[in-house]
Design a protein around this ligand. Structure first.
Ligand SMILES: Cc1ncc(COP(=O)(O)O)c(C=O)c1O
Length: 306
């Protein structure tokens, strides 16, 4: 990792104990504060992993164009890392996603191609974005970041697990909501490298219980519950999969900010709702770890904080 550039600001995020949220007679609850990364999201870890490893292999060189289709934080993270590494970045985006995400990519000098929509995120729209990204990535001097396929995505979260183990020592349970599944599995990989093999619990919104029932649905928790089997999820490594109601998650976001100063997005609230239940089940003397995936600042003016 280059420490004399802005990439040095990725990772090394603090951990907070949510003592006021721990059930009586239950386990400790700790949360990794990933909103502290440069773009306010844990996605910086995967972006730096994908792009630096591709450059090391010679698959990508300065001046090349990185391409990805994205509606969220991944695009901002790739735009940020590309800016630092002297790469160009083209995002295939849509006006169905929030304008602030487009502005953040613009700020990092990205080219943002906007697929028109009727403001709703549909499988047809995603397919259109994907086809456009594939076509661009096939042009000379272009590199497809492949957020749903590259093994470097999961590997990008290994340091997160190692940081958790270095801070806490023993970890009994790791709990997190899944989008691609990379953050949960990569963090578990990092913990294993540090000698910790906790129970691993994946979460999804109750409104889209694809993993637990096989049938997804519309929901409002950004970044998770993608509507298909998460490509990096290794079910053989999971102890359990739980669903959490999205409204309970959003209420928890507001409580976390007001009572603990932990200011996160919807997936953070969802993670803590589950962590509290699991801490109760696990009992005293144990330790549950979860993730605050991104900063709540990204969600101001939306349905979580108003
Ligand atoms: C806010 C937020 N939380 C959680 C996740 C899930 O992470 P992963 O895709 O690594 O499972 C994402 C991913 O997009 C996200 O943006």
């Amino acid at each position: 990792m280059q420490t004399d550039t802005a990439l040095g600001a990725i990772g090394g995020t603090p951990m907070v104990r949510l003592q006021g949220f721990e059930p009586e007679g239950g386990a400790e609850i700790w949360i990794k504060m990933e909103g502290g990364n440069p773009t306010g999201s844990m996605k910086d870890r995967m972006a730096v992993s994908v792009l630096t490893r591709a450059m090391e292999r010679g698959d990508l060189t300065q001046g090349d164009r990185v391409v990805e289709y994205t509606g969220g934080s991944t695009g901002t993270a790739l735009a940020f890392v590309s800016a630092v590494l002297g790469l160009r970045f083209t995002a295939v985006f849509s006006d169905a996603f929030s304008r602030s995400k487009q502005q953040a990519m613009d700020a990092f000098g990205a080219e943002v191609l906007v697929e028109p929509s009727d403001s709703t995120i549909t499988p047809e729209l995603i397919q259109r974005m994907k086809s456009r990204a594939y076509a661009l990535a096939a042009e000379p001097g272009s590199f497809y970041a492949d957020q749903f396929g590259s093994p470097d995505v999961r590997a990008g979260y290994i340091p997160m697990g190692q940081e958790i183990a270095a801070r806490l020592g023993r970890v009994d349970m790791l709990v997190s909501a899944v989008g691609t599944g990379a953050a949960l599995m990569g963090t578990a990989d990092g913990l294993a490298k540090a000698g910790q093999t906790p129970d691993v619990i994946a979460l999804e919104p109750a409104q889209s219980p694809l993993l637990t029932t096989g049938k997804g649905g519309p929901h409002k928790v950004e970044g998770i519950g993608v509507g298909f089997e998460p490509p990096f999820l290794d079910r053989t490594r999971l102890t359990d999969i739980r669903t959490v109601d999205q409204d309970a998650a959003f209420a928890m976001c507001r409580r976390l900010a007001a009572e603990a100063g932990v200011f996160g997005g919807g997936s953070t609230g969802l993670n803590v709702v589950a962590a509290i239940d699991l801490a109760r089940e696990l009992g005293p003397g144990k330790r549950v770890v979860t993730i605050s995936c991104d900063t709540g600042a990204k969600y101001l003016g939306g349905h979580i904080y108003g």
